[in-house]
Write a protein that binds this ligand. Structure first.
Ligand SMILES: Nc1ncnc2c1ncn2[C@@H]1O[C@H](COP(=O)(O)OP(=O)(O)OP(=O)(O)O)[C@@H](O)[C@H]1O
Ligand SMILES: Nc1nc2c(ncn2[C@@H]2O[C@H](COP(=O)(O)O)[C@@H](O)[C@H]2O)c(=O)[nH]1
Length: 401
């Protein structure tokens, strides 16, 4: 039987939402959910990320959970607030793009992973202010022109779209660069990373392993861009049933003869590979047209016409769409000195700053009522508003963005 550490009893009397400092200088919070106490805070073993331990009060035992997602780097302190199925972590003194995190403890993704792995699972997800545009999943048989259409989109809108760089076990083609077109990977390495939960989806396609890592999607979201995934139908199906909300587009060839011509003219595959890809194409087209995976089907006969249709369904017809909201917002840094409380779906952050004349306190409201997404990816839909100041009396609502 394990023993609850001495700090739990005393420090729970303090403000667990806002954390407490231990004798060794590290800061931890404790969030109690049923019989489980989630102890979240800088590790004593010198690692740089925020660590998670769970104490099961009914068993009197420590549980070491499997931790999915990129762990946040530890900070000078943090606050923790429980929200139904996840714990909101606000890092003190962190930069605007690193201050809001979620530790998911009972979301659909966490429950799925627990079932699959048979262990206790928690998952980190970074919070994003505003609603970034949904990622775009583009599927279709090999040679139909997915890559060509995506290149045209990225060339015309370089600051709007970012490509999700997949992993593959196939060999690079002549001009392909590692880390740009694909992460070219050994099969054993990729299999281990799949087992470790690093992939949003993966599939065996035309005899090789392909997959989208969670990081590949997050890198694009972090750059404030809309993510484009070029993946096969099996991968699209996996993403559809994941928590990643996306727009799903299937690209169809005008005919099998034309598809074969394009594949042969591209000249990147051996005869054997071309035949394999053509055999698979018939089943992919059948699934693409008949399944409920895809929101849109595009016929790529005339390239320019098809590209115009693609732009139109992405809201780019005629005028340039606005920059994704997440890129423009979130330029507000939470100060080191703040405390946190929760009223319904609103988190009230009391920022305390000592001015020369008098101490002023600013109240910020973080609205978590419209959260979207989550692990394995970012949590979107957060909104900050300034709601008042103790020193000057309450001021009117004011958006910080
Ligand atoms: N509408 C079109 N008409 C004629 N040729 C086209 C058209 N669209 C693309 N192509 C050509 O077809 C070939 C295959 O296109 P592309 O490489 O973009 O296909 P893909 O769907 O990305 O294939 P893969 O899944 O194998 O990566 C390329 O040589 C491209 O230039
Ligand atoms: N399920 C996934 N499929 C992927 C991914 N990346 C690419 N693909 C698909 O593989 C085929 C073949 O691609 P090629 O570059 O070898 O011609 C094509 O249909 C791609 O859409 C992925 O990460 N997951």
């Amino acid at each position: 039987m394990g023993e609850a550490p001495a700090f739990l009893v005393d420090d729970l009397q303090n403000e667990p939402l806002n954390g407490f400092e231990l004798k060794n200088g590290t800061c931890k919070t404790i969030t109690t959910i049923g019989n489980k106490m989630y102890v979240i805070g800088g590790a004593d073993d010198g690692t740089l990320s925020i660590e998670v331990q769970i104490f099961d009060r009914s068993l009197g035992e420590w549980i070491h959970p499997t931790v999915h997602g990129t762990k946040p780097l530890s900070s000078k302190g943090h606050s923790a607030v429980f929200l139904n199925d996840r714990i909101l972590i606000l890092k003190k003194g962190a930069k605007s793009d690193d201050q809001i995190w979620f530790l998911e403890v009972d979301t659909q993704y966490v429950r799925q992973q627990q079932k699959q792995l048979g262990t206790e699972v928690v998952a980190w997800s970074k919070g994003v202010i505003g609603n970034a545009e949904k990622p775009v999943v583009i599927s279709g048989p090999s040679g139909v022109g997915k890559g060509t259409l995506i290149s045209m989109l990225m060339k015309e809108f370089p600051s709007m779209f970012g490509f999700s760089v997949s992993h593959t076990t196939r060999a690079p083609r002549g001009m392909e660069k590692d880390g740009v077109h694909y992460h070219f990977t050994e099969k054993s390495v990729m299999e281990k990373e799949i087992k470790d939960g690093k992939f949003l989806e993966f599939a065996s396609v035309h005899g090789n392993l392909y997959g989208t890592s969670v990081e590949a999607v997050e890198v694009v979201a972090d750059a404030g861009k809309r993510c484009i995934l070029d993946i096969d139908v099996q991968g699209a199906r996996s993403v559809r049933s994941s928590s990643l909300e996306a727009v799903f587009i299937f690209v169809c060839p005008p005919s099998m003869e034309e598809l074969e011509k394009r594949l042969r003219d591209r000249g990147t595959e051996t005869e054997e590979q071309i035949l394999k890809r053509l055999r698979n194409a018939a089943a992919e087209i059948e699934q693409g047209k008949s399944s409920n995976i895809f929101d849109f089907i595009l016929y790529n006969d005339n390239l320019e016409e098809c590209y115009e249709k693609l732009k139109k369904l992405l809201g780019l017809g005629g005028c340039v769409a606005a920059t994704p909201k997440s890129a423009a917002l979130g330029e507000f840094n939470l100060p080191l000195d703040h405390s946190v409380s929760k009223i319904d779906d609103k988190i009230i952050i009391n920022c305390i700053s000592s001015g020369l004349e008098k101490e002023s306190k600013n109240l910020i409201m973080l609205d978590v009522s419209a959260l979207k997404g989550g692990a394995p990816g970012r949590t979107r839909g957060l909104d900050f508003q300034a709601i008042g100041s103790f020193s000057d009396g309450l001021i009117g609502m004011e958006r910080l963005s």
